[in-house]
Design a protein around this ligand. Structure first.
Ligand SMILES: NC(=O)C1=CN([C@@H]2O[C@H](COP(=O)(O)OP(=O)(O)OC[C@H]3O[C@@H](n4cnc5c(N)ncnc54)[C@H](OP(=O)(O)O)[C@@H]3O)[C@@H](O)[C@H]2O)C=CC1
Ligand SMILES: C[C@H]1O[C@H](OP(=O)(O)OP(=O)(O)OC[C@H]2O[C@@H](n3cnc4c(=O)[nH]c(N)nc43)[C@H](O)[C@@H]2O)[C@@H](O)[C@@H](O)C1=O
Length: 328
């Protein structure tokens, strides 16, 4: 074990639940450079909302370590429109995986939450201790409640059973494999698609939702995956850990950055009928920095590399209308 390592992945069987998602796929890429065996479960074989299926799979495959990167995920509109799905599906997935892991004597488990767990008006930058100190943002309250339950579940198993279950709270992520459906995606992939379509169709403008003034923090998914593997090996404590870049920008500034990246020179128009959500959610990066991890991919570089990936894969030129795409 190298200095500071509390849990070595060497020779271990590591289950990445949600390996086909943006984060799960990045974790699989990152784990490729560790001396471990990566386990994945296909949705056709295990629906993670079904307790029996999860219990059977975990008991059969016997992972040593588990990363819970499976979830019902979406942007502000999807969260606001389908609160029952975001609450129910996420509660079921996390409860099933945590309990099945305990029953199968999994050694280490990492649960992923999100920066939306914090109170809407939390003091900035948001420290881990701000959890449950105030009311949540209404547009994603259901998802946040499910994620808070996941943190508490990991803590409860840790306290009652002495198991090494930890939680990480990533900020808004972006990267290859993101969801580019305009109705269900997060802001960054949506803006890449809107700016690209405006450019290729010669449109004079593209629309962004809300006032453009909310502030958001972004982290490239490969940085996130690296931080998560770092935490898996180096962190073993009760409190969750923020995973972010440590800086934020307004949605309008992000739209300008995306327009520059794509090469769109027209206007950016505000659609004020759409919600802004939380005014600001910059997480404090102090705890993770203090443990010895720092991000490597600056936002401008990351956005450029994702746009290049989009052009290579053709994901932005999909001829289907947004409503025909990946449903929310
Ligand atoms: N994206 C972001 O900006 C952020 C993400 N996170 C967290 O990171 C984690 C991963 O997110 P991300 O990769 O973006 O999300 P994705 O939607 O890209 O991936 C989620 C994965 O979960 C799988 N999944 C969902 N429901 C089930 C189910 N019932 N049975 C089996 N598999 C299921 C999906 O499978 P399938 O491919 O079959 O649909 C998919 O592979 C989540 O916990 C999320 O909360 C946290 C902060 C920000
Ligand atoms: C990661 C995090 O993601 C969600 O929270 P969010 O940060 O509010 O999500 P978002 O990325 O969808 O929007 C960020 C901001 O951007 C604005 N915005 C402009 N134009 C578009 C646009 O075209 N699409 C989207 N989606 N947003 C737009 C939008 O109005 C908002 O002000 C949570 O529900 C929850 O899932 C969660 O934890």
């Amino acid at each position: 074990m190298s200095a500071g390592t509390l849990y070595s992945l060497k020779g271990k069987r590591v289950w990445v639940a949600g390996h086909r998602g943006m984060v799960g796929a990045a974790l699989v890429r990152r784990l490729g450079s560790e001396d471990c065996e990566i386990l994945v479960s296909e949705r056709a074989e295990v629906d993670l909302t079904r307790q029996e299926q999860v219990e059977r799979w975990v008991a059969d495959r016997r992972p040593d370590a588990v990363i819970v990167a499976a979830a019902k995920v979406g942007g502000i509109l999807a969260n606001d429109t389908y609160p029952a799905d975001f609450l129910y599906i996420n509660l079921m997935i996390e409860a099933n995986i945590v309990d099945a892991s305990f029953r199968a004597s999994v050694e280490k488990l990492l649960f992923l939450g999100s920066s939306c767990i914090y109170p809407r008006m939390a003091a900035q930058p948001i420290e881990e201790s701000a959890l449950l100190t105030g009311p949540l943002e209404p547009t994603n309250e259901a998802y946040a409640i499910a994620k808070i339950a996941g943190i508490k579940l990991a803590q409860a198993y840790r306290r009652q059973h002495g198991v090494d279950y930890i939680s990480a709270m990533p900020t808004n992520l972006y990267g290859p494999g993101d969801n580019f459906d305009l109705l269900s995606s997060h802001v960054l992939p949506a803006l890449l698609r809107k700016a690209h379509m405006a450019k290729v169709t010669g449109a004079p403008s593209f629309e962004i939702w809300g006032t453009g003034s909310p502030l958001r923090e972004f982290l490239h998914v490969d940085d996130c995956a690296d931080a998560l593997i770092f935490l898996l090996g180096r962190y073993s404590d009760f409190e969750h850990v923020n995973v972010g870049s440590g800086s934020d920008l307004s949605i309008l500034s992000l739209a300008q950055l995306v327009a520059e990246t794509v090469g769109f020179n027209g206007e950016i128009v505000l659609d004020r009928t759409k919600p802004d959500g939380t005014p600001r959610k910059l997480m404090s990066a102090d705890k993770l920095l203090g443990l010895g991890w720092a991000p490597r991919i600056p936002l401008r570089e990351g956005v450029k590399s994702v746009y290049d990936w989009c052009l290579k894969t053709g994901v932005l030129s999909d001829s289907r209308s947004p409503s025909e795409e990946r449903s929310v």
